[in-house]
Design a protein around this ligand. Structure first.
Ligand code: NAI
Ligand code: MG
Length: 357
């Protein structure tokens, strides 16, 4: 029996609701498979913890997490705690020290789900966005001086290192190579940003030399939004900086039907540290406690976690169950225009796992 230790961090808002649903599904899946066991420990870190202890997670939290094979994360963010405190205090406090530098975001239109793009179905939109997740615009470099005075100044410095750019380009080219179309688009803004982004482009061209079978091109980020909307079929694998990919992947999620469906993996590809798996969406306080959060993004996230752990058969089984459920509009939550609840969707996915052969 293969065994994996999973740290579950539901954190805030609907994060708690969707991770609870995800853990139920994983439990059924492991029993159905019979070949592996998940030892899950759930941590109460997040904004409630912050209100009691003044930090989003305990000081030795990362030491604790190091013993796990993977982290299954919900979302952070509370209406009464500043977003930079919640984000840096928990999510980035795990991603950055654990060197989860590759953020991978698959996007495709699942059966039964309508893209807001007329006439675009699963065949025309099937992307993976690779987001540089360790530096760039979110490196945390900068500061504020003369606070409150008219001459107050704030800087937010983007950091690009040769090592950081090279490793994300290699990761993206390799991923593109593993997909049938072997097609990579490198997103940039080297017309206006003439230092970091120019080096980004140069390194892309260097790394491309190692992958002669991958076709690649370059897109300015503003033009990229148009191409994603008007010619989605021309794209396959996409690599972009931390900020650019953050924005483009919300667009991608919307074009694929809903933010509530989109999964993501924060990978430490060398496996020196555990990787972290989470839905793309946030804590969604507008629907917290209503029982209507779409759990599909968190289920798809579980597929990515299982793939990372090598349990590809269970991952494929879960993906089949998800697609069987999304195919039925009666099982859509309100974000997809339906009336189903988190409970109904979860039960339906569990039933589909049990029925799968
Ligand atoms: P959000 O992703 O929480 O919500 C945006 C919109 O999408 C809302 O209308 C929400 O109801 C809807 N939505 C999101 N996930 C859904 C789901 N699973 N099912 C149905 N509808 C869903 O983003 P927002 O409102 O900008 O931020 C809320 C809080 O979440 C903030 O504190 C923000 O900082 C935090 N946040 C955290 C993230 C993370 O932990 N990775 C990512 C994005 C935001
Ligand atoms: Mg985002």
């Amino acid at each position: 029996m293969r065994e994996f230790k999973i740290a579950a961090i539901p954190a805030d808002g609907i994060g708690k609701e969707v991770v609870a649903a995800g853990l139920e599904v994983l439990d059924v899946l492991a029993k159905r498979d019979g070949g592996f066991r998940l030892n899950i420990e759930t941590f109460d870190w997040g904004s409630d913890y912050y209100k009691k202890h003044g930090t989003m997670m305990p000081e030795n939290g990362r030491e604790t997490l190091k013993q796990f094979d993977a982290i299954y994360f919900g979302a952070v963010g509370a209406p009464d705690v500043p977003d930079h405190v919640t984000l840096w205090g928990l999510r980035l406090n795990i991603c950055q020290p654990f060197d989860q530098y590759a953020n991978v975001r698959p996007t495709r239109i699942l059966p039964g789900i309508k893209s807001p793009l007329a006439g675009v179905g699963p065949r025309l939109l099937n992307w993976v966005i690779v987001r540089e997740n360790s530096e760039g615009e979110y490196a945390g470099q900068g500061g504020r001086s003369h606070r409150g005075f008219p001459e107050e100044v704030a800087t937010e410095v983007a950091i690009f290192t040769r090592a950081g750019v090279t490793r994300i380009m290699r990761f993206a080219f390799k991923l593109a190579q593993s997909r049938p179309r072997k097609l990579l688009t490198v997103v940039t803004k080297s017309n206006a940003q003439r230092h970091g982004m120019v080096m980004w482009d140069e390194i892309a061209a260097e790394v491309a030399g190692e992958f002669p079978d991958v076709t690649w091109d370059k897109m300015l980020v503003d033009a990229m939004t148009m191409r994603m909307t008007l010619k989605p079929e021309t794209l396959d694998t996409i690599v972009a900086t931390n900020l650019h990919a953050d924005i483009l992947s919300d667009l991608a999620a919307a074009l694929a039907g809903s933010l509530g469906i989109a999964p993501t993996a924060n990978l430490n590809p060398e496996r020196k540290f555990p990787s972290m798996f989470e839905p793309i969406h946030g804590s969604a306080f507008d629907i917290t406690g209503k029982g209507i959060a779409n759990p599909i993004g968190t289920f798809w996230t579980a597929c990515m976690m299982l793939d990372h752990l090598g349990e590809t058969a269970a991952s494929a089984r879960l993906m089949r169950a998800i697609e069987r459920v999304t195919a039925n509009p009666l099982l859509h939550t309100p974000d997809l225009g339906g009336k189903a609840t988190t409970r109904i969707v979860t039960d339906a996915v569990i039933a589909a796992i049990e029925a799968d052969n």
